[in-house]
Design a protein around this ligand. Structure first.
Ligand SMILES: NC(=O)C1=CN([C@@H]2O[C@H](COP(=O)(O)OP(=O)(O)OC[C@H]3O[C@@H](n4cnc5c(N)ncnc54)[C@H](O)[C@@H]3O)[C@@H](O)[C@H]2O)C=CC1
Ligand SMILES: O=C1[C@H](O)[C@H](O)[C@@H](O)[C@H](O)[C@H]1O
Length: 334
């Protein structure tokens, strides 16, 4: 039984604790940590785990074999470096870190440890819809991908949510999954700012249109609209030489009533990607027995971060910004 310590007991943290406690085979939560003790106590009530307010103490607890990092992105780097030093297996929620510089520190530390320790929570690679699109692309039946049209729509966000977060907190999912889909790397980034919705606030330009070009010339547009109000609406269409592949939306009944037809749109990621979270976490637990990592790695997190940094710069300049890795991909990740 893999004994897991969870750092960060907020919305995602509690969702993963319930998952690890009630759904996942081969793991149990033995410790939880949060800087707000009450949050940790609430989480401990779910799983009967030990309560910490210091993440480093949890990481070094001998009853913790593996660490789940679900604190805010800015807090990931310290926990990652501490857990690598302690030789613990790690599942880190996205983003790996909020800057490419910090991601590189983590990559270098993991490589130096000589052990594959980190899986990153880019769960869309485990989503059935994205996997079906990738299967269609890999079949070769539709020729080369040319253009991708995507949306990432949230019903609403809080006043702590700022313009750069649309990139490193939200679009980071598209940044990772889309280059994986088309099996290519990014070359440049640009951001176009439409008229701001009345539902936004002074620190957030919303919506945004993010444009990415890959090294093979595939052009991608991602509409990020985090105050769309109508639902949690994730779409992806790949236009190819011999056809267009549209990712299926979640299936709900079509209701006819009062001379109208309606269906359901999810309202958050926890429902929309529930199966993907379950699959990625089970994969991480199962791989623990072999000391392997099958899912996205810290290097994937670094690649996402250099693209995110370019998009954040493009938010400010409005220009097309180049995307370049500071280092070659280490053999360790090949
Ligand atoms: N994969 C996905 O689709 C999603 C991923 N996430 C990720 O999960 C992480 C947490 O996000 P949320 O739960 O939405 O945030 P949240 O703000 O609801 O919860 C964060 C929790 O971490 C605690 N915290 C802050 N600093 C800490 C530290 N140094 N050590 C321990 N706990 C600390 C806070 O007190 C809070 O309880 C983020 O990295 C976020 O990007 C969040 C939602 C969806
Ligand atoms: O990771 C997530 C969620 O998956 C949502 O899609 C985003 O909109 C949110 O900002 C982010 O925390």
């Amino acid at each position: 039984m893999l004994r897991v310590g969870v750092i960060g007991c907020g919305g995602m943290g509690k969702d993963h604790i319930k998952r690890l406690t009630n759904k996942i085979q081969g793991a149990e939560v033995t410790a939880v940590s949060d800087v707000f003790e009450e949050s940790a106590k609430q989480a401990a009530a779910i799983c009967g785990a030990k309560v910490y307010t210091d993440a480093n103490e949890l990481i070094n607890d001998p009853d913790v074999d593996a660490v789940f990092i679900v604190s805010p992105g800015f807090a990931h780097v310290e926990s990652l470096l501490t857990a690598i030093k302690a030789g613990k297996r790690i599942f880190c929620e996205k983003p790996l870190c909020t800057t490419a510089e910090d991601c590189l520190k983590v990559v270098e530390a993991e490589v130096a440890s000589g052990k594959h320790l980190i899986q990153l929570g880019f769960m869309r690679r485990y989503d059935k819809g994205y996997m079906q699109v990738k299967e269609a692309l890999t079949s070769g039946e539709y020729g080369e991908p040319l253009i991708l049209h995507c949306t990432h729509r949230n019903p609403e966000v809080g006043t702590n949510y700022t313009t750069p977060m649309a990139v490193h907190d939200t679009a980071i999912h598209e940044i990772d999954v889309l280059h994986w889909l088309v099996d290519d790397e990014y070359e440049s980034a640009q951001v176009i700012m439409p008229k701001v919705t009345k539902y936004s606030h002074s620190e957030l330009k919303d919506p945004q249109i993010m444009l990415l070009r890959t090294k093979k010339g595939v052009c991608i547009d991602v509409e990020v609209f985090v105050n769309c109000k109508f639902g949690y609406d994730i779409n992806c269409e790949v236009v190819c030489e011999d056809g267009a592949i549209k990712m299926p939306s979640p299936i709900y009944p079509s209701i006819r009533k009062n001379a109208a037809v309606s269906t359901t749109i999810d309202t958050d990621c926890f429902v929309r990607f529930k199966d993907a979270y379950d699959t990625e976490v089970q994969d991480w637990v199962d791989a623990a027995a072999e000391g392997a990592i099958n899912g996205p790695t810290a290097w994937d997190g670094y690649l996402a971060a250099i693209t995110a940094d370019a998009l954040v710069k493009a938010q400010e300049t409005g220009a097309v910004e180049k995307i370049n890795a500071a280092v070659e991909k280490p053999e360790f990740y090949k």
